[in-house]
Ligand binder design. Structure first.
Ligand SMILES: Cc1ncc(COP(=O)(O)O)c(C=O)c1O
Length: 383
């Protein structure tokens, strides 16, 4: 049977290849976006899991929008506006897929920063969106390019990760947030705000979501994968009711609803008196690892490489002299270090600067130091 045309254009994922090689225990993997499993708050969830054994109702079919006690808790927690609602998804990745399917017709334009999150490029590619990119600077998207792009293409959506971007770690400035919101309202573009790393800020001041400045022109995706555990597969999508209802309709056909026991476990965790302390601990661990990786790179990378400081998230983006980054990544893998080469983060990598994405959350400080020794040696050969 011939596969659908939309799938024929999706290349087999290099990242899957590298991640499977990186699961070899002798490899230090800075490739994935994995949280440290030792931080998973399993003990904080244990009482809820145990209590669930006496609650057969949570094992019954549920409503598509989500487990009502969790939905209500989150609506209150995020102080959603009166005309807004929420839908719980099987990870925020499912939310992205549902939004793409609910709103994109083949050929509709979706704007993204370049580089961008691979999983978003995949879902928008699968619905045959026309992806147009704008470049990214230290404060967020290039605003002149963004406005020109809105004018020229009348896009349906602008998808972005304003807090600790994947892959670059960039966090948008307050001015950029306000300006992007203004442009989205002016040009009637829906802002798709993907915020899975927002709670992982370990330095600096919390900035408002972009959607705070354009609440009725945006859809927000939050994830519990990085602050609780990715295996729970819980994310939440919020926005004005008229934006969320079509998403619920699509989700009904996709999976009826996300797992109720997992939603109940998450609710128990979020209500646990020690949850805030858990989050503080996770951020302290990640901050220390980031510092270790950053300092080691700063000391050892060739001068021709660039390195940006980040205030949170999970990644450092290392700019390197123009080269075949796939070849470099393969070479590094053969020496025991997995990294992700920059071209996978561009819909069209032709002419884009070379870089590597390094994750700092899933390796010990000793492994990070060792990985930088190997990486620097190899880069010194290459550059
Ligand atoms: C930017 C971005 N959005 C969405 C996701 C998907 O997260 P989830 O585990 O909630 O599906 C990821 C995962 O790494 C991500 O980096």
């Amino acid at each position: 049977m011939e596969i659908a045309r939309s799938l024929q254009n999706v290349p087999s994922s290099y990242i899957r290849e590298i991640l499977s090689a990186a699961s070899d225990p002798s490899v230090i993997s800075l490739a994935g976006g994995l949280p440290d499993p030792n931080t998973f708050p399993i003990e904080l969830m244990r009482p809820t899991f145990e209590a669930m054994c006496d609650k057969p109702e949570v094992f019954q079919y549920g409503t598509t929008a989500g487990y009502a006690p969790l939905v209500n808790f989150l609506m209150d927690y995020y102080q959603l506006l009166q005309n807004h609602s929420a839908v719980i998804c099987t990870g925020s990745q499912q939310g992205l897929d549902l939004v793409a399917r609910a709103y994109i017709n083949p050929g509709d334009t979706v704007v993204m920063e370049a580089p961008s999150y691979l999983g978003a490029m995949q879902v928008f590619g699968l619905v045959s969106a026309s992806i147009v990119t704008v470049s990214q600077v230290d404060s967020g998207p290039n605003l002149e390019q963004l406005e020109a792009c809105f004018k020229a293409h009348s896009p349906k959506m602008f998808y972005a990760v304003p807090d600790f971007h994947n892959p670059t770690g960039v966090c948008w400035s307050l001015e950029t947030r306000k300006k992007v919101a203004e442009l989205c309202i002016e040009y009637d573009v829906a802002f798709i705000e993907d915020a899975p790393y927002r709670e992982l800020r370990f330095t600096g001041e919390v900035l408002p979501l972009v959607s705070t400045f354009c609440p009725d022109h945006s859809i927000v995706f939050r994830s519990f994968s990085k602050i609780a555990s990715p295996g729970l597969r819980i994310g939440v999508v919020t926005g004005k009711k008229s934006y969320i209802d079509p998403i619920i309709k699509i989700k009904q056909g996709a999976d009826l609803h996300s797992s109720i026991p997992m939603q109940a476990a998450l609710l128990g965790l979020l209500k646990h008196p020690d949850f805030d302390e858990h989050l503080t601990n996770v951020k302290a661990i990640y901050k220390a690892r980031y510092q270790t990786l950053h300092d080691a790179l700063n000391d050892q990378l060739p001068a021709s490489c660039t390195l940006n400081a980040v205030d949170g998230g999970m990644f450092i983006w290392v700019g390197i002299p123009q080269c075949d980054t796939f070849e470099l990544a393969r070479e590094l893998l053969s020496k025991g270090v997995a990294v992700v080469p920059s071209p996978v983060f561009y819909p069209d990598a032709e002419g884009q600067p070379s870089a590597l994405r390094l994750n700092f959350t899933n390796s010990s400080p000793e492994e990070l130091v060792r990985a930088v020794e190997i990486l620097s040696k190899e880069l010194n050969r290459y550059c």
